[in-house]
Design a protein around this ligand. Structure first.
Ligand SMILES: O=C(CO)COP(=O)(O)O
Length: 261
């Protein structure tokens, strides 16, 4: 997979009609896409079949992601959806450990590591989300918190480093309009890269590191220009095709697509 990746996390937004309109508008601009930047959308689970069918019918370059998966593979887990089930619908990526799930569903590091491995066992690429709260940042603990969150995933013996994406999403920047500065984000991304390098130099070079948290058409280029920011995990701006596609274009520019040789 290319290291540049932009994922639209629709969170709990959408409807059959709204999804179709949004997909149509994204597809019209994305066209065949570019080899340098992968682009994906993560609709609410119940809409995965709709989006999957739409993408297939339109020969779309857009990939499909889910916002969460079960840590279990099959059985009596009411309300859960297994990664193998998502894989049947052409899903490529599974977001795990989003801060909203850590907060509202009390998901801990151990559970998130299991989810990442469960996603990979089904052939999906796990997008593992990390990020500190404002309290933790103000206490000077941001690097330490993110390191511990990633360590919990990396220590899982079954983790496949070739199917891993890491998303740094500072909790205080999500949905607040308050973006991390490019320098703040780069500092954490560089530390994440170093942590991966300690485990596997090859994985460190290949793993896409995404930034998420109020990324939008106005600030994407500056963030994506940072050496260790390979893409974005986009919330609010992913619900408007022009905004989302402006971020995709910024990623393409950062990847050198269209630049004079
Ligand atoms: O949580 C996010 C993506 O997963 C970021 O959300 P916003 O872009 O709305 O801040």
């Amino acid at each position: 997979m290319p290291r540049k990746l932009v994922v639209g996390n629709w969170k709990m937004n959408g409807s059959l009609a709204a999804n179709e309109a949004l997909l149509g508008a994204i597809h019209a601009q994305l066209g065949a896409g570019s080899a340098a930047v992968s682009v994906a959308v993560a609709p609410p689970l119940v809409y995965v079949p709709q989006v999957s069918q739409w993408l297939a019918a339109h020969g779309s370059a857009l990939a499909l992601a889910v916002q969460d998966v079960s840590n279990q593979s099959v059985g009596a887990y009411t309300g859960d959806v297994a990664a193998v089930m998502a894989a049947e619908f052409g899903v490529t990526y599974a977001i795990v450990g989003h801060s909203e799930r850590r907060k509202y569903q009390a998901e801990d590091d151990a559970r998130i590591a299991q989810k990442a491995v469960a996603a990979q066992a089904a052939g999906l690429t796990a997008i593992v989300c990390l990020g500190e709260t404002l309290e933790q940042r103000d206490a000077g603990a941001a690097l330490q918190v993110v390191h511990a969150q990633l360590a919990a995933v990396l220590k899982h013996v079954d983790l496949d480093l070739t199917r891993l994406v890491v998303a740094y999403e500072p909790v205080w920047a999500i949905g607040t309009g308050r973006t991390a500065t490019p320098e703040q984000a780069q500092e954490i991304h560089a530390a994440i890269r170093a942590q991966l390098r300690a485990q596997s130099p090859q994985a460190a070079e290949q793993t896409p590191l995404l930034y998420g948290g109020s990324m939008n058409a106005g600030n994407a280029a500056e963030l994506l220009a940072q050496a260790d920011i390979d893409g974005g995990l986009i919330g609010g701006a992913a619900l408007k095709a022009p905004d989302f596609m402006a971020i995709v274009q910024a990623a393409e520019q950062a990847a050198g697509v269209g630049a004079a040789e």
